[in-house]
Design a protein around this ligand. Structure first.
Ligand code: HEC
Length: 133
């Protein structure tokens, strides 16, 4: 039995407090990133460019499997016309897949999720009409 005021009890308490402190610091950091991406950048007023903001992200993360030859799931995402055509299709699963929503296969596969900024930009660009800008 560990006694209430024994050194091992105090050590356990110290360890517990230290863990709480570290967890608190971690969440604080997450919060800052969140604020930076979602509050300080007002995407309502930003025009997202296909050439600058979208194409490089798609080329780096999707092109290897959704290029022109033998594309996975028969989905071609290379170049403006393929990408915009798929993005605007009524049955498009693009946003669902990159947001990792439960009804779609999470993309990109097998790399990690795209950054929140990239996801917001792709969504905004589609919402604004997916133009070749
Ligand atoms: C390493 C290969 C690979 C990469 C990289 C990849 N995909 Fe896929 N993707 C697949 C495969 C395989 C499927 C079909 C099987 C499945 O649904 O898991 C697929 C399916 C999809 C689907 C259909 C999802 C559904 O639920 O029907 C979409 C949309 C998609 N990919 C978009 C993307 C986007 C956007 C990227 C880049 C951000 C990307 N993929 C990167 C391999 C890949």
């Amino acid at each position: 039995m560990i006694k209430r005021n024994s050194p091992s009890m105090r050590l356990a308490l110290l360890f517990f407090l230290l863990s709480v402190f570290l967890i608190a610091c971690y969440y604080d950091k997450e919060e800052e990133i969140y604020i930076e991406e979602f509050v300080y950048v007002n995407y309502d007023t930003v025009t997202v460019s296909y050439a600058t903001d979208i194409e490089p992200v798609i080329n780096n993360n999707c092109y290897s499997c959704h290029g022109s030859s033998n594309p996975q799931a028969n989905i071609r995402l290379n170049g403006y016309s393929n990408f915009s055509e798929y993005a605007l299709r009524a049955d498009s699963k693009l946003l669902c897949a990159i947001k990792h929503e439960s009804s779609c296969s999470p993309m990109p596969q097998p790399f990690g999720k795209l950054s929140n900024t990239s996801i917001i930009k792709i969504e905004k660009w589609i919402f604004d009409g997916a133009s070749n800008n």
